[in-house]
Each structure stands twice: as C-alpha cells, then as structure tokens.
Design a protein around this ligand. Structure first.
Ligand code: AMP
Length: 394
C-alpha cells in the first residue's frame, strides 16, 4: 500500500475513533461517572433524560425522551457505537425500539425492574433468597403472613429504591393500613431477615463473553439508604458463593455490561436481595481502589474491548453524602471525592468520597475522620465494622 494511502487510513481511524459515541439511557450520577471514564479515550456521550439539569449533562448532551422523533434519529445514527443504560425504569416503548441494540438487553431490564420477577429468577437459577409471595390484595397479604410469619417486609414490585416503596409489618393489626399505604400497586411480601450484614458483588461481562468479578463489598445502610461501603470483604467462601451465583446470572442473560447483586448474610448464609444491571453505588470505591473501575469496565464491556484488572489495590471505603454535602473546596484534596451537582433534599444522594488506604487500621482512621462532615452518617460501631472487612489480595 503506498504511504499516502497508509496515512489516509490511519487518519480515518483517528477520525472514526474521535467520533465514537455512546448513548446512555438515564443521565444521573452513574452516567456522569461513566462519561468520565470515556472522556480520556475520546468517547463522547449523550444521555436520555427528561431532567435538563441531570448530573451527566456536565459531560455530554442531554436528549429529552419526550421528543420521540429527535431521539429515534439520534439512536439510529451510524456513529453510535453502543447504547447502554444507567437505570432500570426505561419506558417499554423505548425498550421495544432498542431490542437487539441495548447493552444490557431489554429483557434484563424487564426482570430487574420488577422485584417479583427477580425473585422468580433467583429461584429458577437455584440462587437462595428470602421466602417471598406476590401480593395483589389484602387477602394475599394475610395469606403471606401465615406462610412467611411476622414481622414481614412489604415492597412494591416496581419503582422502589433507597428504602422507598417498602414497609415492615410487625403484627396482624398493621395489615390493613399497610395494604392501604401500598394499594393499588402490585407488591411482594418477604420474610423479615435478621441479617448480620449486607454485602454486594459487582461483575462485568463483555460483548466478547469475557467476565471479571470485583471483590466482595460490605455495605452499611441507614434508613434504607447506603451510607458506607468497605472492600474487599475478605471471606473466600462467601466471595466464591457470590461469584458463582452472579456468574450464573451473567451466563443466563449472556449479559453485556455491569451487574451488581446485593446480598444479606443471614446465619452464615448468603441470600440474594436485588439485582442492578449497571454500575452500582456500592462499587464506587473501585474508582480509587482498583486499577480498572466499574465504570471503565462497563465501557470496555459494551464496546467489546478487553476488560481491565478488577483486583483491589488496598483496603478501600466509600462514604455517601446524603441530604447534604461538603463544599467543593473541602472535598478537593480527595481524588475519590465526587459532587453530583444536584440540589440538596432530604434523603437525596448528593455525592460520595472513596478512599484507598495502605492497611485496615489506616482505613478505619481515615473513615473516622469523615465523622461530622455534612451528609455523612457512620455506624456507631465503625471500628468493629471496619475490622470485620479486612484486606484480601488477589
Ligand atoms: P432494598 O430496597 O430491597 O434494597 O431494601 C432496602 C433496605 O431495607 C435493605 O438494604 C435492608 O437494610 C432492608 N431490607 C430489605 N429487605 C429486607 C428483609 N427481607 N429483611 C430485613 N431487612 C430488609
């Protein structure tokens, strides 16, 4: 090939690479951090989001899903290398339009946005979870109490998150009021689990079929909202079990992208709670605690690029800022500090800080130092929690 042609070819490669675009359904903080992973590689983003102040708008253009013709034209653009999502509540019409093109596939979202379908899939794949029953009326609820016992947790099948759309029923006298609070939404009743801790495992599967798993993470919630994550939670048996189950889900769906599964640890046994087919809040620590973060790997997976190293660099932690957040200047010295640019509201996730320490004692010291920061809640037994989640090297 003459040298002028070689030059032209390489120039075309550069042009094509520069023009690589990804469309993400949802423009929240997860989209923002995903776009940050793409920026350094010249990957451009647009986000489908009704909110014209959505956080990801800082790093890409926002597309209003109500402007259907514009959206369809954008989604059909030849330059779009991949279409992905950062949330599950995607309109069915859009899912139908994206059949065969969305990574992960629409069927994954159809299951993971419905708690009952999730539980049925756990059961079908032999993944342990809390005993449950579908509830569509007061009679079902009374039946469920007879079968599952009290206390029991009543959850809406769709739309609940961060403790919203769920309540605990302690005795039979609360049954009617509980149903009234939820009706007419379809619900799910679950046995109340006296768990000792909550854990999550995040995995990624590429278009090429390559899979990678992050270390097990320990999560501490307060008022139904994640406040603190610690990783790696070095328990080889639990991690092995979690990886096996999450691998089963990845294979079942031939999933392309990131998958997070939350677990309860109950009498030494893992019980799966929820699936998120996207990067997850409990995986933000990977941005400073691993060579390749969950966002880097999500991007690689949907583009069919080789996956990056998911091993931990040291004992890491992540603290959420809920309802309030520090000033940017206070956060600036921390490379793992993020502010999402959202208006402060009670119970709203406004940012987080991740850190990676040289040993578990330093991690406990650094996390303790965040006590009193705006929006930070730490467990009273932080020392014990930190010690229970030691470093594991791979
Ligand atoms: P979820 O929206 O299912 O992740 O639930 C939010 C939080 O509520 C969890 O992180 C737990 O702290 C608590 N929770 C959910 N389900 C149960 C259950 N079956 N038993 C006890 N606590 C639960």
């Amino acid at each position: 090939m003459p040298s002028w042609m070689r030059l032209l070819c390489s120039w075309k490669m550069v042009l094509r690479h520069d023009a690589m675009k990804i469309v993400c359904l949802g423009g929240g903080q997860l989209g923002l951090m995903l776009a940050a992973s793409g920026v350094r590689l010249g990957v451009g983003f647009s986000f489908v989001d009704e909110d014209r102040h959505a956080p990801a708008g800082r790093l890409g253009s926002l597309l209003d899903p109500r402007q259907e013709a514009v959206l369809e034209a954008h989604l059909s653009d030849q330059d779009v290398a991949a279409i992905t999502c950062e949330r599950e509540d995607v309109a069915e019409s859009l899912l139908g339009f994206l059949e065969g093109r969305l990574r992960p596939a629409p069927d994954v979202l159809r299951v993971t946005r419905d708690r009952l379908k999730e539980k049925e899939l756990f059961s079908a794949l032999g993944i342990s979870c809390a005993p449950y029953q579908a509830v569509a009326g007061l009679q079902d609820l009374e039946q469920a109490a007879g079968r599952l016992g009290l206390p029991m947790v009543l959850k809406t099948r769709c739309g609940g998150y961060d403790g919203k759309g769920q309540l605990v029923i302690h005795d039979a006298g609360e049954m009617a009021a509980a149903w009234q609070a939820m009706a007419p939404q379809l619900c799910l009743a679950e046995a109340f689990l006296p768990f000792s801790c909550e854990l999550s495992l995040i995995a990624v599967r590429s278009l090429t079929g390559e899979m990678a798993f992050y270390p097990l993470t320990r999560n501490v919630h307060h008022q139904g909202i994640l406040r603190l994550s610690l990783a790696p939670h070095a328990d080889a048996d639990l991690e092995g079990q979690a990886k096996e189950w999450v691998g089963r889900l990845l294979q079942h769906w031939q999933l392309v992208g990131t998958l997070a599964v939350e677990f309860f640890l109950c009498q030494g046994q893992l019980l799966a709670n929820e699936i998120a087919p996207r990067p997850h809040n409990s995986g933000h620590w990977t941005m400073v605690g691993c060579r390749s973060s969950q966002f880097d790997n999500h991007l690689r997976a949907i583009l069919g690029w080789p996956l990056g190293d998911t091993g931990a660099l040291g004992p890491a932690a992540m603290v959420n800022f809920i309802g309030d957040a520090p000033e940017a200047g206070q956060l600036a010295p921390w490379p793992g500090g993020w502010l999402y640019g959202k208006t402060a509201r009670p119970r709203r996730k406004l940012g987080h800080l991740s850190l990676c320490a040289s040993d578990a004692a330093q991690r406990a010291f650094l996390v303790q130092g965040l006590a009193g920061w705006p929006g930070v809640w730490l467990p009273p037994d932080l020392d014990v929690v930190c010690r229970g989640s030691h470093v594991g090297w791979r």
